[in-house]
Design a protein around this ligand. Structure first.
Ligand code: APR
Length: 319
């Protein structure tokens, strides 16, 4: 028999939030998955639907949906949550950058975090709302939580996109491909080709520099490519897979090393900023940032990303 424990909450029952809740429930490792939204009835309806999939899929994790009100009504449902994933906020429309969402989503994320802190003061916060690095920094500030207890999802997604593009290009299974992206979830994303391998062979031996650069460019624009096709929203299957895996690493205290948006304090010569780096994830969130050898140009790009993100993160504090 599977042992289940703990409660994980997902704030925002849009595409990203609902698919994340579904994945978490299907892991069948939690007692309860809570899903909330401000749209009356939406989280309750989705929860009912997911619960009705349990006899078919064979999982026992209970899904609870709860509409929340403007003054925080309904947030008591979060009591006892060990992990809270914040997906509330607008997605992009074609032609928009993630940064165009900053003012609107900062207000939403601030309001959400204030309420989360009241009812789940010990939770690990996983932020996915965009612009990601800024919303993670804002959540950390508003919550007052220790920096390791607040992290953002972006690196796993960007890395998965990069891996998929490499696998597709070479016609190999995705499982043979190892890639890495660091930096921001935006224009200053830093794919790290020096850390990329296919069946343990360096990527640079299999593709020439121009081909790698093409895949890197496509990775950097990976979210925008999907927004352009969907026209009415942004990606959620790969994003929710990444967020759910992060939550699982926290829930199982796994110590897995994942690229995430984490507080960087001295690593790579960078301090005092939330940035995409590799980190060891455990029950309390980020156990430690893991520093690896980078080429001089990758390191320079990472430092550039840190400064770009730092400037925006200080703006966001006043939003
Ligand atoms: N509290 C809870 N939910 C909220 C709030 C709030 N204060 N404000 C908005 N929401 C909800 C909306 O009602 C909507 O159901 O957030 C949900 C967002 O869902 P979608 O519009 O489907 O967007 P989604 O694709 O899920 O993306 C959510 O993740 O990838 C990022 O850029 C994306 O910031 C966006 C977020």
């Amino acid at each position: 028999m599977t042992s289940r424990n703990g409660k994980v909450a997902v704030i925002g029952a849009g595409f990203y939030g609902s698919t994340t809740a579904q994945r978490l429930a299907e892991y069948d490792i939690f007692d309860e998955v809570v899903l909330t939204d401000i749209i009356e009835g939406r989280p309750e309806g989705l929860a009912l639907d997911m619960n009705q999939s349990r006899p078919i899929e064979g999982f026992e994790t209970k899904v609870t949906g709860q509409t929340t009100g403007p003054a925080g009504e309904g947030y008591e449902v979060l009591a006892g949550s060990g992990i809270v994933i914040i997906t509330a906020g607008l997605p992009r429309k074609p032609g928009m950058s993630r940064m165009d969402l900053i003012e609107t989503n900062a207000k939403i994320v601030r309001n959400v975090v204030e309420n989360v802190v009241k009812y789940a003061p010990d939770a690990v916060l996983i932020v996915v709302s965009n612009p990601l690095d800024e919303m993670t920094a804002l959540a950390a500030k508003v919550s007052g939580f220790p920096s390791g207890r607040v992290l953002g999802q972006a690196g796993m997604l960007d890395t998965a996109r990069f891996s998929y593009f490499v696998a597709e290009k070479l016609g190999v299974p995705v499982g043979s491909v190892q890639t890495l992206t660091l930096g921001s979830h935006g224009d200053t994303m830093v794919p790290v080709p020096s850390a990329c391998t296919v069946d343990s062979k360096p990527l640079y031996g299999l593709l020439d520099a121009a081909e790698v650069e093409q895949l890197v460019t496509r990775t950097r624009g990976g979210g925008g490519e999907i927004v352009g096709l969907l026209k009415t929203g942004s990606a959620y299957y790969a994003p929710s897979a990444a967020a759910a895996r992060m939550a699982r690493a926290v829930a199982s205290d796994s110590g897995a090393v994942m690229p995430v948006c984490a507080w960087v304090d001295g690593q790579y010569g960078i301090s005092g900023v939330y940035l995409g780096v590799e980190a060891e994830i455990g029950a309390g969130g980020v156990r430690r940032v893991v520093e690896r050898e980078l080429t001089p140009s990758e390191l320079a790009d990472l430092r550039t990303a840190a400064e770009a993100v730092r400037a925006k993160q200080s703006d966001v504090a006043s939003l």
